[in-house]
Design a protein around this ligand. Sequence first.
Ligand code: SF4
Length: 194
Amino acid sequence: MERYLSFKMYTKKELQNCKLCDLYKTRLNALVGEGNRNADIMLIAQAPGELEDKANKMFIGPSGKMLDKLLQNAQISRDEIYITNLIKCNLPQNRRPKQREIKACSKHLDMEIVEINPKILVPLGYYATKYLFEKYCLSEFTKKEFPKLLGNIFTVENRKIYPLSHPASLLYHNEFIDNSIENFSKLKKWRKIK
Ligand code: SF4
């Protein structure tokens, strides 16, 4: 059962004023989700990087170029999907998110999932996948086990969860790029399956 069924999604102003966790003290911007509100695919990244925080825009710079390359290969445009973050504010020095930050900020993500109602949730990286697996009561996994989940599809309630590598991680691990291109290209196939 989804939480916050009766709530409307946050507004840009509400998110900019959010102080539900201490990250508001160091952020420049709290980033709202971007893209198509009728999307059947929702990508969920971890958190905005420094560039994104400054520009108040998702996936710019090298990780944005990598995402565009993956989407282009999959013949999917950014305009037809919805992209958001598990944590809406920058994590200083790109540190790992803390459990209390995930707990606080996932309230916003939960609202987005209800409002956008995508058919396929695509968590990018470990933390977004871990959050969705907990939310939908899927099996637990360790960080070491996480790579085994990449490119597998999980059906929960009325939607699918399809964990993929975070584009930023591919900048440091280009040995996984070919596999990620292949996994992203399968999105077209998954969106056709009921
Ligand atoms: S990270 Fe999320 S919960 Fe924390 S202040 Fe930013 S918007 Fe609010």
